[in-house]
Write a protein that binds this ligand. Structure first.
Ligand code: PLP
Length: 370
């Protein structure tokens, strides 16, 4: 078959890459005399903690292949961190699997779990785009729903939940998650809970799907997905893990072993160090808390309404006008945000403002908003 006819065969199934659509507005913001304040992406800007760098370097001379399952030390560190930081108990270290950043896991998960063309996968109404991408790559059907009644009599194969949410910062209470678990068990669905921002909660409490108050200590059918990108500034290392139902994790391990989806050994060592230390993680949280306060105040004073945003690395704001208009107004002040339409059709009037900029850039944004 000529290569030409393969072009677009898979990428054609996927939505346009959203960031391409804000290139012009980015250019406009960058033309500001004080320079661009880029609050459109959630990429960390603070350096990786020395403790983590030392762990990475300490094994840099090791030449052999690492194991897909990760070292026992890494898996034990993940289990201990889940218990210490989030009160999650009863996770067997065998039911932990490191991944190359959680985006790759999310994009591949439906396929890895054998979800296919007859299957329905529930994703949040306003969602991190990779859930939909994963569903489309598996040839399955995405279904946007935040409430169980929106699913009706259908039997989904997989339900993605994301609390705290990107982009909205909304936190799902224990009661809501309990209902999701009960519903999934009744209908034979797997629940994949993306807990990327669980360690970054500002108001109230965010809980894991594996919290005993949510699942009564029974992890059957449940997967908790944890990224180290935000809480430990390790986006550049590509480091995350999935934990939960031992049978599901064993299945993922089996498939990933065959496909060579292995976290590099130095990264495994860095992850072990990061998961064993809460000091750097708390310091980072406090940096974001301070930035959030400055931006929150400036946005409210500038006439924005902030919705949800109790947790996570974003403020979900609106001026009651189309999001691209707001985006443009912000760009006039040299500030780049992410438009609500990146996250699906149900958020046409919001923009997402990231807290992931240096103190200097955050202060500059606040000054420009006033
Ligand atoms: C909700 C959510 N899940 C997962 C990820 C992926 O993170 P990573 O691939 O860096 O682990 C992100 C990154 O922004 C995110 O916002």
């Amino acid at each position: 078959m000529p290569t030409q006819s393969r072009k677009g065969r898979v990428s054609g199934l996927l939505p346009d890459f959203p960031w391409d659509t804000i290139a012009a507005v980015k250019q406009k913001a960058a033309a500001h005399p004080g320079g661009l304040v880029d609050l459109s992406v959630g990429t960390p800007v603070d350096p990786v903690d020395p403790l983590i760098r030392a762990a990475l370097g300490s094994v840099a001379s090791v030449p052999g292949y690492p194991t897909t399952h990760g070292t026992p030390e890494l898996r034990s560190a993940a289990v201990a961190a889940l218990a210490r930081r989030f009160g999650v108990t009863g996770v067997d270290p065998a039911a932990v699997l490191p991944v190359l950043g959680t985006k790759e896991l999310i994009a591949g998960l439906p396929r890895l779990l054998g979800v296919g063309s007859d299957d329905l996968v529930v994703i949040p109404e306003i969602a991190y785009p990779t859930y939909e991408v994963g569903v489309l790559l598996a040839g399955a059907k995405p279904w946007r729903a935040d409430g169980l009644t929106q699913i009706g009599p259908q039997n989904p194969a997989l339900i993605f939940v994301n609390s705290p949410s990107n982009p909205t910062g909304k936190v799902l209470p224990v009661e809501h998650l309990r209902k999701v678990v009960a519903f999934a068990r009744e209908r034979g669905a797997i629940v994949a809970s993306d807990e990327c921002y669980l360690g970054l909660t500002w108001e109230g409490e965010a809980v894991s799907i594996l919290d005993p108050r949510v699942c009564d200590g029974d992890h059957t059918g449940l997967l908790a997905i944890h990224s180290l990108s935000k809480t430990s500034n390790l986006a550049s290392y590509r480091a995350g893990f999935v934990a939960g139902d031992p049978e599901l994790v064993a299945e993922l391990l089996e498939v990933r072993k065959h496909s060579g989806m292995i976290v590099p050994f130095p990264i495994q060592a860095a992850m072990t160090a990061a998961l064993s230390d809460d000091v750097h993680e708390a310091q980072q949280r406090e940096r974001y808390r301070a930035r959030r306060e400055i931006l929150r105040k400036a946005l409210v004073e500038a006439g924005f309404r902030i919705d949800f945003s109790e947790a996570g690395l974003y403020l979900w704001v609106t001026r009651g006008e189309p999001c691209r208009v707001t985006l443009d107004r912000l760009a006039e002040r040299g500030i780049l945000a992410a438009p609500g339409d990146f996250y699906g059709p149900r958020s046409p009037e919001h923009v997402r403002i990231a807290l992931t900029a240096t103190d200097e850039r955050i202060a500059e944004a606040a000054a420009r908003l006033s």
